[in-house]
Design a protein around this ligand. Structure first.
Ligand code: ATP
Ligand code: PAF
Ligand code: BAL
Length: 280
């Protein structure tokens, strides 16, 4: 497995591989890898002839400096896991290597970023869009793999690909969960044992909300129900619970056909921000 830190060396290496039957799959991550990331890598390895994974804790997508500083960094273990999963190449630049100068370009994803993650993390999707665009230019993959756990990010990247005309197929992969339902996330490792035991409540709430909607409860009643339930669990600070369209991410007032209803939640538990969603 090749490991690069400089954008130029990655670019030169990948271009030197170019042949008609090279199919490049790309998995962008911020490291501290877990089985959720590895599922994306394995899918890319299955579907492509060469897989690149990037590991970069992108400072410009963090609105909260404390969150950035405490973001887990485990590069050595990450590389061992990637090698075992069949990844061919890792790109792990420093912030200086990625950004010789702080970008002044601003990306605005319109309505897509006025809700949920975009509303609660101002500037977040500008930072995601800029780094993903830059990584796409360096790697030039045929396919890029993203997790459905970050549903709004999938929609933002879909729009980035469309608006900038990247010839890249976006592959959205299902959320991998612990046995108790908690969505795998790098931030989970910051939960104390006590908070870790409470965390599956988030997925339970999503399932209860889905069951109520499917048995005919109104969306307003379900929104109110979930908010009340979180108030009775004061360890959680609920940021948002939304019933939204799974592609536009805009709030909806009726269940959508074709599996396009999304329940999305973000909550803070013991100082750790967790997000999750269910699409049906
Ligand atoms: N449980 C999961 N199942 C499937 N994909 C996942 C899962 N967790 C993360 N991913 C995907 O992996 C890619 C990299 O995500 P990232 O490195 O931010 O990991 P993360 O675990 O989501 O970390 P955090 O949420 O703490 O930032 C993203 O496309 C993300 O959606
Ligand atoms: C896509 C991404 C790697 C961009 O920094 C990040 O937002 C993530 O890990 O989901
Ligand atoms: N998983 C999305 C990246 C972030 O939380 O900044």
């Amino acid at each position: 497995m090749h490991i690069f830190t400089s954008p130029e060396s990655l670019y030169n290496h990948l271009r030197s591989l170019a042949t008609a039957d090279l199919h490049l799959g790309f998995v962008p991550t911020m490291g501290a890898l877990h089985e959720g990331h590895l599922a994306l890598v394995r899918q890319s390895v299955d579907e492509n002839t060469y897989t690149v994974c990037s590991i970069f804790v992108n400072p410009i997508q963090f609105n909260n400096p404390d969150d950035l500083q405490r973001y887990p960094r485990t590069l050595e273990a990450d590389c061992a896991m990637l090698e075992a999963a069949g990844c061919d190449c890792v790109f792990a630049p420093s912030a200086e290597e990625m950004y010789a100068a702080t970008p002044v370009l601003k990306l605005d994803f319109g309505d897509l970023e006025r809700v949920m993650e975009g509303a609660f993390r101002p500037g977040h999707f500008n930072g995601v869009g800029l780094v993903v665009g830059r990584l796409f230019n360096l790697v030039q993959p045929q396919r890029a793999y993203f997790g459905q756990k970050d549903l709004q990010q999938v929609a933002v990247v879909r729009r980035l690909i469309q608006d900038l005309g990247f010839p890249i197929e976006l592959v959205s992969c299902p959320t991998i969960r612990e046995l108790d339902g908690l969505a795998l996330s790098s931030r989970n490792r910051r939960l104390s044992l006590e908070y870790r035991a409470m965390a599956p409540f988030i997925f339970q709430m999503l399932n209860e909300a889905k069951a109520k909607l499917q048995s005919g409860a109104s969306i307003d009643d379900v929104r109110a129900f979930v908010k009340e339930e979180f108030l009775t669990h004061p360890e959680f600070l609920l940021e948002y619970f939304e019933v939204a369209h799974a592609t536009t991410l805009q709030p909806i007032e009726a269940l959508q056909p074709d599996g396009q209803t999304a329940l999305c939640v973000a909550a803070n538990l013991g100082g750790v921000r967790l997000i999750d969603n269910l699409v049906f």
